[in-house]
Design a binder for this molecule. Structure first.
Ligand code: PLP
Length: 398
């Protein structure tokens, strides 16, 4: 579909038709997967023009490929960005974006609660390359205002954050960052563009683990970065992704294009089930605390209502007792599978501070107002009564 007019079709329509240049080869309804590593030129002059970006033709799949390009165009449209870059994983997207924006002597300020590998990258790996990192509480706008300075070049956060689902005020932080000359990078994995579009609120780059809701079926590992600025996206693609080599496979791009078609449908259903689970847990006598942005009792609820169009499919909670009790609950679950990752059709459960977030010290967990007994649920698309019945029987073991 020609998307010359990007504003008219709605999200659901663009998720199915957005991007591309007219009909697919052989009039295929589904755009084909181009399993080719390289592309033929008519002449050296043709190659020269293509290397110089004077044509839209392809050179080599590490740089570009028609299936990848369609996925990148569709993601840019859905996030409201100028262009996007597909990566082999969410971490490939995050590391390439950070390395593209930072150099020795610079500083990155990030929220104190992040996906474990992102935190390791920011807190431990970037400093080895001369980049200073500060992990602070960005749920308070004053946290950024206090720490930002002329060396700060990137402000990085997830909202909702993983696994505590804290909500960070995107527009307010973007304003502070812009005034200081820093770029804002938002991990939008949990909300997806169905529920939140950070670029419209002032962010410079959105990153995703496309492994999660964008795929939706737990069958790929993938990442994408969407930029507000087309020149930056070009530099990220050809100056970093291409040179570091973390390219997405065309087959993965094809699976993600399939996932995108049902993204809005799935997100609404994930949310419906998650809200029912959160409300159930909130009323349960053996549950100390429930984390879900859709609950009016949740500290970030008002901010979430203001900047999101939905609250997502992730719910965390702390049962009565310590880590041993949490393990008992998790080990008793049957429908929920004990697994890392999230956003699949299947409901998944984990203990983040023993699994995905095990790099956090006890004092950091406490400083974030959490306990190691936190349980994270990725609420799936099974029937909500079956999901709740599984939680009920697991909590009954306490
Ligand atoms: N960002 C968030 C919020 C995540 O939960 C994850 C993975 O769990 C990542 C980034 C990393 O993505 P990937 O596993 O695709 O590299």
């Amino acid at each position: 579909m020609n998307t010359g007019d990007r504003t008219t079709p709605r999200f659901e329509t663009l998720a199915i038709h957005g991007g591309g240049r007219g009909k697919a080869p052989a009039n295929a309804l589904n755009y084909p997967v181009f399993l080719t590593s390289t592309f033929e030129f008519d002449s050296v002059e043709h190659a020269d023009a293509t290397f110089g970006f004077e044509t839209e033709d392809y050179v080599y799949t590490r740089g570009n490929n028609p299936t990848l390009r369609l996925f990148e165009e569709r993601m840019a449209i859905l996030e409201g960005g100028a262009a996007s870059v597909a990566f082999a994983s969410g971490m490939a997207a995050i590391s390439s974006v950070l390395l593209s924006l930072l150099k020795p002597g610079d500083e990155v300020i990030a929220h104190r609660m992040l996906y474990g590998s992102t935190r390791n990258l920011i807190a431990n790996i970037l400093p080895r390359y001369g980049v200073r990192s500060k992990l602070v509480d960005l749920t308070q706008t004053s946290g950024l205002a206090h720490h930002i300075n002329e060396r700060t070049k990137v402000v990085y956060f997830e909202t909702p954050s993983n696994p505590s689902l804290e909500i960070i005020d995107i527009a307010a932080l973007c304003e502070i960052a812009r005034a200081a000359g820093a770029k804002v990078v938002v991990d939008n994995t949990l909300a997806t563009p169905v529920f939140q579009r950070p670029l419209a609120q002032g962010a410079d780059v959105v990153v995703h683990s496309a492994t999660k809701y964008i795929s939706g079926h737990g069958d790929v590992v993938a990442g994408v970065a969407v930029a507000a600025d087309a020149d930056y996206a070009h530099e990220l693609k050809f100056g970093y992704m291409c040179e570091f080599g973390g390219v997405m496979s065309p087959f993965t791009a094809w699976l993600l294009l399939r996932g995108l078609k049902t993204l809005a449908l799935r997100m609404r259903e994930h949310e419906r089930n998650a809200l029912a689970v959160a409300q159930y847990l909130e009323g349960h006598p053996s549950v100390k605390r429930v984390y879900y942005p859709g609950l009016s009792s949740f500290p970030g609820h008002e901010r979430a209502k203001a900047q999101m169009r939905g609250f997502g499919g992730m719910v965390s909670f702390e049962p009565d007792g310590a880590l041993e009790e949490s393990k008992k609950v998790v080990n008793s679950m049957k429908l929920f599978k004990i697994a890392v990752s999230l956003g699949d059709c299947e409901s998944l459960v984990e203990c983040p501070f023993a699994m995905t977030h095990r790099g956090y010290e006890a004092c950091e967990i406490a400083a974030a107002g959490l306990t190691p007994s936190l349980i994270r649920l990725s609420v799936g698309l099974e029937h909500k009564d079956d999901i709740i019945a599984d939680i009920e029987q697991a909590l009954a073991t306490l």
